[in-house]
Design a protein around this ligand. Sequence first.
Ligand SMILES: Nc1ncnc2c1ncn2[C@@H]1O[C@H](COP(=O)(O)OP(=O)(O)O)[C@@H](O)[C@H]1O
Ligand SMILES: [Mg+2]
Length: 417
Amino acid sequence: MPRKSSRDRIVHCSFCGRPKSDNLRFISGIDAYICEDCVRIANEIIIDEEKTKKEFRTFNLPTPEEIKVYLDDYVVGQDFAKKVLSVAVYNHYKRIVNPKKDIELQKTNVLLIGPTGCGKTLLAKTLAKLLDVPFAIFDVTSLTESGYVGEDVETVLLRLIQNAGGDLEKASYGIVYLDEIDKIAYKPTTGRDVSGEGVQEELLKLLEGHVVNVPMRSNKKMPEQGSFQLDTSNILFIMGGAFVGVEDIIRNRMGSTEMGFKSNVKDMARLSYDDLVSKVEPHDLVKYGFLPEFIGRIPLIVPLHSLGKRELIKILTEPRDAIIKQYQRFFEMENARLTFTDDALDAIAEISIQTKTGARGLRNIIEKALLETMFKLPTMKLKKPVEEVIVDKEVITSGKEPVIIFSDNLKRRRERP
Ligand SMILES: Nc1ncnc2c1ncn2[C@@H]1O[C@H](COP(=O)(O)OP(=O)(O)O)[C@@H](O)[C@H]1O
Ligand SMILES: [Mg+2]
């Protein structure tokens, strides 16, 4: 039985202060009492907190440094973008599991700007592989304003819900990567712009955070089979695009504000895409054809840099699934060793830089150089085992065939009957 307080002889709940009565049961401690209502509330708080913690644990969320180390395994260079993304993703989840609601923690949508083939989409894909959370990559080129032929903006969310295995709650704190976002810039010359400003307005609703009605169909021609209600307030949006031409907007802005002298105009003309894009400001993107409100929803604009020769060579040889490692594996399956000389690697990188395709063109160059050999090798080795295939500079630059070294080990020679 609860002891009576020495102060007034009447027992009070030490939490809510209510006095003991016939219809309010009390539990006593050494020096304190708690009423049954307070026990129930305390219980609910604990269960709620445990649920949140458990959900958080199921994310298995790595720290920003761990995320970056993982990205390093697959993506060469782009250190700044990797750091920004590691922190953005980590904070995104911290924000969701933070039980304190005294300060509204807003999400930080991210925009990656960088030339073709510098690793924007690769960064998103690699993050998606690492994170144990719903992640959808969506190419916005196919989106059109609702009512027009093409995909509706809600399809983006449908993809996320699908990747969350239909779990709406999980989807509501997922991550969406909107690829080729520059393709929905407003183009005033094309008349009614159903894939530009209209799409931006509709995407803006998702960025802002609303409860959105998501029809269960991927195509406007298909009949609707019901719909989902998804709150987008906690979905993190990462966007990426090359924004070809934005460098001229930046150059003009810098030319008119900072420079007034003729000699400096020449300096400005010499600045490269990288130099200029590293100075990008939100207003430049508005000039490029984006609604100010849209850009206003992207607190982080991250410039990526063009890949240099050293980085391209690294991409060829170092990542876990490096292109050269992949071809070496193909040749291994034919019991042959594939070797690239250093000057061949150099030449591959050089061509890639000249054609301005970034790392995107690397595979194509190698595929072309090895096509003839890959065509002949499986039959050739039946007559005479091949030990090694060497790709040197001339194979890349002048289309010469690779050097083939046959094994002179007679025992291993398998001749046709
Ligand atoms: N920084 C990088 N590190 C490693 N590979 C890269 C990098 N950038 C591009 N690549 C290679 O080039 C291909 C195309 O890159 P992608 O990320 O699609 O370029 P974009 O920046 O145009 O989205 C990738 O699949 C990958 O093989
Ligand atoms: Mg891309």
